[in-house]
Design a protein around this ligand. Structure first.
Ligand code: FDA
Length: 401
């Protein structure tokens, strides 16, 4: 069996693994990246509708503790303060990749996500001029991984490699049909690291029971405010034949736990008391027409039927209108589940941060073992936050291996 020695072996050629490899290679390290997929960066290619929402200008500083979910809200801060959206944007600009801000600080390529993968591979190639190199072994199943004599030994395909540093960058199990797996967790457990229970996140929610009435409105969307516990998002929600989706729902899904209701404010721009005011200004109007001014006709009709106030506003007592307003501004749903890993953009939970150094991502009790990217219990909001974590954690480990 062919045996190769490296300074670092990185398992996973996704965004985190590739930038980690480039960073280490440009420090003169000899790096091997192993992936079972037939091409690197496959999730980058499908991200952002093929244009890759590669960062968010707000993914830094105090926003980190608010916009990333983790058992330790402060863990990500150190790495993200040292490699910020500005740093990644500088890289994108140095490679002449045109980009634009779509909304809420989200940066997308003007052209294609392929440019980001090409940029990362080109950064890996630069290792040569710094005395290092990066080998990428694709379509390779990873076999036994063991640690002896201060080195990690990895079997892959019909080869074996060893290095004093091993980086787990195989992501989480979201979108298994793309080769995503729980491999990172098995390996982390093998070396004594704990796992914060993984769950699908940034995922559509499914509805049953009384809420199924909304499934008939599949395809209808509305600009709403969605609440789950203390989490609150103001974006679009989309009704689907299985339940609820759209950015606002995906965001709140990362906070949602089974048995918890979510509340939707269908008219988030209205000031309290708007329905009573409307009664005085347009007494011959009705609830359906009031809703129809802001929502699609089908949604307005369904909500109005459910509220059950059919007649003119003038005929309804103020107290009844206040109740209707309260219902519209906090419409309660009890999701019966999510669409699972098959549809989840990311996995929340993962390798527990208390076993890792927040500066280098190295395991505290297992020298030379690192974990980065989605495999770790750090999950960002929708909108470029997850890639920024992949880049920042990849760079942190790449500077330490
Ligand atoms: P990632 O999953 O990218 O890479 C892991 C690598 O490990 C893969 O190449 C995989 O093949 C390999 N691997 C897994 N198991 C293995 C095994 N057993 N053996 C060998 N190799 C193995 N985020 C964002 O910020 N902006 C966006 O626009 C989007 N859009 C988006 C769209 C869709 C459809 C999805 C599914 C996800 C997004 N995301 C996103 C999330 C983003 O893609 C995700 O957070 C990063 O890709 C995580 O990067 P990692 O490198 O950690 O894992």
């Amino acid at each position: 069996m062919q045996m190769n020695d490296y300074d670092a072996i990185i398992l996973g050629a996704g965004g985190a693994g590739l930038l980690c490899a480039a960073t280490a290679g440009q420090r003169g390290r000899r790096v091997l990246v192993i992936d079972h997929a037939d091409a690197p960066g496959k999730k980058i290619l499908i991200s952002g509708g093929g244009r890759c929402n590669f960062t968010n200008v707000n993914a830094h500083g105090a926003f980190v503790t608010e916009r990333y979910i983790s058992a330790n809200a402060h863990f990500a801060r150190s790495a993200m303060d040292r490699f910020t959206p500005r740093d990644f944007i500088a890289l994108v600009e140095a490679h002449g990749i045109a980009y634009h801000e779509k909304t809420l600080g989200q940066l997308f390529c003007d052209g294609s996500a392929r440019q980001i993968v090409a940029m990362l591979l080109s950064e890996c190639d630069k290792a040569i001029s710094h005395g290092g190199h990066v080998d990428i072994a694709l379509s390779c199943a990873i076999g036994e991984v063991r640690h002896s004599d201060g080195r990690y030994h990895v079997r892959y395909g019909n080869k074996q490699a060893s290095a004093p540093s091993l980086v787990i960058a195989t992501g989480g199990p979201s979108i298994p049909k793309m080769g995503a797996s729980g491999f990172a967790y098995d390996l982390a457990r093998q070396f004594g690291l704990k796992i914060a229970e993984p769950r699908p996140a940034l995922v559509p929610l499914t509805l049953g029971g009384e809420d199924v009435m909304l499934r008939e409105l599949s395809g209808v969307s509305a600009d709403v405010a969605v609440r789950c516990g203390k989490a609150n998002f103001r974006e679009a929600a989309l009704l689907t034949h299985k339940g609820l989706s759209g950015p606002a729902i995906l965001q709140v899904s990362s906070y949602w736990r089974h048995g918890q209701p979510i509340g939707i404010n269908f008219l988030p721009d209205e000031e309290p008391g708007w329905l009573c005011r409307m009664k005085r200004e347009k007494p011959r109007s009705n609830v359906k027409a009031a809703l129809g001014g802001h929502l699609s006709a089908r949604l307005a009709e369904t909500l109005a039927d459910k509220i059950g106030l059919a007649g003119n506003l003038a005929d309804a007592p103020d107290r009844r209108l206040q109740e209707a307003e309260a219902q519209i501004s906090d419409w309660r749903f009890l999701p019966n589940g999510t669409e699972g890993y098959a549809k989840a953009e990311v996995t929340a939970g993962g390798i527990a941060t208390d076993g890792l150094s927040q500066k280098t991502m190295e395991a505290r009790k297992m020298p030379g073992l690192f974990a980065i990217g989605e495999a770790v219990d750090v999950t960002g909001w929708l909108g470029g936050y997850n890639f920024q974590w992949a880049w920042a954690s990849g760079v942190a480990a790449g500077q330490a291996v």
